[in-house]
Design a protein around this ligand. Structure first.
Ligand code: BEZ
Length: 404
């Protein structure tokens, strides 16, 4: 009888004793005393494995603070490795929804996997809180009442950077990113403001996701006449690109800039001095000087072997914080999904990144700031130091009616 309240158990038992068929409503209400099941579809292997690990740790920090119990219900995380492969991610999503009957789903990291999961989530009315994948379409034509995003749309960290780079770094720029949806979204957003600000694209290239030898691409960059490069790479791609860029001798002559993922603390130790001076745009840096962020950095380091939290850890933290606050608002009732969705939409709190709130039009987080950051030596090693910021960056998705 673990997980059932005495009242719901008796309701079911007396109905059965009276010869009444125990309907799904009784079974569902009996489940109310059971753990809240949260399914995670994340990469724990492959190019983005470090991202999956940071997101998970950020969530664990919050749930541990709550003693893994919210509104009287235990919290259970069911982790599935999507292996960075869309068919695997979709299969794991189906398993979590149909097999484990999760109350809330979170993840993924990879935009292609998010697009593949979208219809299953929407049609089954499963609440998904996207904790990384930035596919712009999810805040636009593929939005859903059942989908929220605590991380970013791919547009958000990049659109402000186009104008900034044209104004402050160079007009002749080569752009590059992995050849899949996130790469196309992110560079597309950069171009939106770069070209109108007088920027000239001298080249554009899309190596495969998981490329290990960037030499042919670096040769093209060298021959392009670029004065700067703008790049989106993450995980092991970011380590390889930034190190090879330096080894190839480009770092001194062609300024390297990009989306924040390029130099997050998950990859900075492996990049070492090759990352010094790289300029990127992102919604977070552990350098932010607020009480909430200082506590987050201290608690995260204490729990995870002195590891510095990155933006992905902040995304995991915010995802869990949203879940905790919404569950409390509905007194732990995950049965009434409409009420839970409305409670999630209303959540607001001080996050390590600043004031956290969702855009009601899209269910995508409004970024309090996109920080322009430069990798510098700080006490304790290298970090992304803010040098400028752009406030209230909201994805332009407007046509979304969040259909049920
Ligand atoms: C994406 O696929 O959406 C993504 C992956 C890594 C970092 C940022 C975005």
């Amino acid at each position: 009888m673990r997980g059932l309240t005495r009242r719901t158990f008796l309701a079911g038992a007396s109905a059965a004793a009276a010869g009444v068929t125990v309907g799904p409503w009784v079974l569902r209400s009996m489940a109310q005393g059971a753990p809240v099941k949260i399914g995670l579809v994340l990469p724990y292997t492959g190019v983005y494995a470090v991202l999956g690990e940071s997101i998970t740790q950020g969530m664990e920090l919050v749930f541990a603070r709550e003693n893994w119990t919210v509104a009287g219900r235990k919290v259970e995380m069911i982790k599935e490795d999507d292996e960075m492969k869309p068919p695997v991610g979709i299969r794991k999503t189906e398993k979590l929804i149909d097999g484990d009957n999760v109350d809330i789903l979170t993840g993924p990291v990879h935009s292609g996997i998010l697009m593949g999961m979208r219809d299953k989530v929407h049609n089954s009315k499963t609440i998904l809180i996207v904790s990384n994948a930035g596919a712009d379409a999810i805040s636009r034509e593929r939005c859903s009442r059942w989908i929220f995003r605590t991380s970013f749309s791919n547009w958000q960290p990049n659109q402000p950077m186009g104008g900034w780079v044209a104004k402050n770094v160079a007009k002749d720029v080569f752009i590059t990113a992995p050849n899949y949806q996130a790469g196309k979204d992110q560079l597309g957003a950069f171009k939106e403001t770069f070209v109108p600000a007088g920027g000239k694209l001298v080249g554009e290239d899309y190596p495969k996701l998981g490329e290990t030898d960037y030499a042919p691409y670096l040769t093209k960059i060298k021959q392009s006449g670029a004065k700067a490069v703008y790049a989106f790479f993450s995980g092991t791609d970011a380590v390889n690109f930034v190190k090879q860029y330096d080894d190839f001798g480009l770092k001194q002559s062609i300024k390297l800039t990009g989306a924040g993922f390029l130099t997050e603390p998950d990859v900075l130790p492996a990049q070492g001095k090759s990352a010094l001076g790289v300029i990127t745009g992102h919604f977070y840096t552990p350098q932010l000087d607020s009480p909430t962020n200082r506590k987050f950095v201290t608690d995260f380091k204490a729990k995870f072997n002195n590891k510095t939290p990155d933006g992905f850890a902040c995304q995991g933290y915010d995802t869990a914080e949203v879940i905790v606050r919404a569950l409390k608002a509905v007194s732990g009732n995950t049965r009434d999904k409409d009420r839970l969705v409305d409670a999630i939409a209303k959540v607001e709190f001080d996050s390590p990144r600043g004031r956290f709130r969702f855009d009601p039009k899209t269910h995508n987080v409004i970024q309090p700031f996109i920080y322009v950051r430069e990798v510098k030596e700080v006490s304790g090693g290298l970090d992304n130091v803010p040098i400028d910021k752009i406030a209230n960056v909201t994805d332009p998705g407007t046509g979304c009616t969040l259909p049920a």
